[in-house]
Design a protein around this ligand. Sequence first.
Ligand code: PMP
Length: 424
Amino acid sequence: MTRSEELYADACELMPGGVNSPVRAFRSVGGTPLYFEKAKGAILTDADGKEYIDYVSSWGAVILGHADEAVTEAIAKAAAKGASYGAPHAGEIALAREVVERKGIDRVRFVNSGTEASLAVVRLARAATGRTKLIKFAGNYHGAIDSLLAKAGSGIATFGLPDSAGVPKETAQGTLTARYNDAEDVRRILDANPGEVAAILLEPVAGNMGLVPPVPGFLSTLRDLCDAHGTLLVVDEVMTGFRVARGGATERYGLRPDLIVMGKVIGGGLPVGAYGGRRELMEMIAPLGPVYQAGTLSGNPLAMAAGLSVLSRLDEVRYAGLELMGQRLQDGLTGALLRAGARGQVQRAGSMISVFFTEKPVTDFEGANATDKALFGRLFHALLARGVYLPPSALEAWFITAAHTEEIIDCTVQAFGDALHAVG
Ligand code: PMP
C-alpha cells in the first residue's frame, strides 16, 4: 500500500468520498487520489516522495507556480500582523485598485470563493432587473449554487449528473440552459421569455467541459442580445480573469460585460473571489443599497496580500511568456497525436489547454461528452506513471503556470507521446 492509499482510506472514514471537493476523488479516471505533501514551481511531490509535473495548478489559481517566493513572503508578512481583523485595512484597497483598473470596472467586492461571487451576482442581477429567470450554458460551471447547477460542467459533468439533488423545482425551472457557442439558441430562449430574463451567465472561454474557446461572433452577439432584451451579461472570469490576458477574457475578446465574477488567480492560491461592475449596479449592494451580501473573512489580509503580490508581477511580458508556453505545449501535443495516429483535438486559449479524443473540434457540451473519456482515463494513468499530473477528468482544463519552462513542456510532450503509445 502506498502512503497515498493509506491516507485515502483514513480520509474516507472522515469525509464524504474522502475529499473536500468531488473531482479530486479520481472517480472519473478510476484509482486512488494522490496525497500531496509539497509543491514548488511546476512540481508536486506526493506523500510517497514521487514528483509530478503539475497541470492542475490548483485549478488555475497559482499562475506563478507553487510556493513562489515573493507570494510566500507576502503571506508570511501579513500573517505576522494578524490573520484576520473582520474590519477594514489598506490591503483591500491596494488589491481593489489593481482589479478595478485591469477589468475596467467601477467597483469591486471581495468574497471567499468563485461560488460565493456567483451567488451574490445572481442576487444583484435579479434585484437590478426585477426579473428572476437566468440563462446559462450547458457545460459552463459557476459554482455549487442552487440556481446554477443545471447542466453544469466540472464535477457535475464528471459524474454525469443531470444536476444536483436538493435543488427546489421552482429554482431549477428559473434557469434556462442554452447551447454553448450557439447565439441563436440564446435568441430563441430570450424571445420565448420576453422581459423575464435577468441575466445571461457565461464562461467567456469554457474551462469546465475541457477547454472550449468561443467561436467568432458568439460573444459579441450575446452582448447585442442582452442590450436588446434589457438582460445583464454576467461574465464569469473565475478561470480566465488575469489568466488569458492582463485584463482577462473581456480584454482578449473585446467583450463589454455588465457584471464580472472573479476568483482563483486573484487570491494567489488563497481563498478569494470577487465580483464587480458599473457603479450604479454595485451601489445596490449593502451597505449602500438593498442587496445584502456579507462575509466574516471577506477581504482577508493574507489573501489580499497574496493576490496583490501575484497581480503586481503579472505584466505583459509574463502573459507573452504564458502564451508562448501554451503554444509550445499545443504544438508538441498535436505532433505527438499525429505521430501516434491518434484522433485528438488540442484546444487552447492562452495558458489554458486540454486534449479531447475525438475527430473534430469540440464547440459545446454535447461534443465534449461524445469524446473518448475512457481513453482519457487510461492516458491519465499512463501519464501519472510517467510523472505528469493532469486534472483527473476528461472534462477539465489544464493550466500552465509561469514556472512551466520550455524544458518542462518538452518533458510533458515526450511523456504524452510515450503514454499514447502505451495505451494504444
Ligand atoms: N466559475 C468558474 C468558471 C469556475 O471554474 C469555478 C471553479 N472551478 C467557479 C466559478 C467556482 O469557484 P470556486 O470553486 O472558487 O467556488
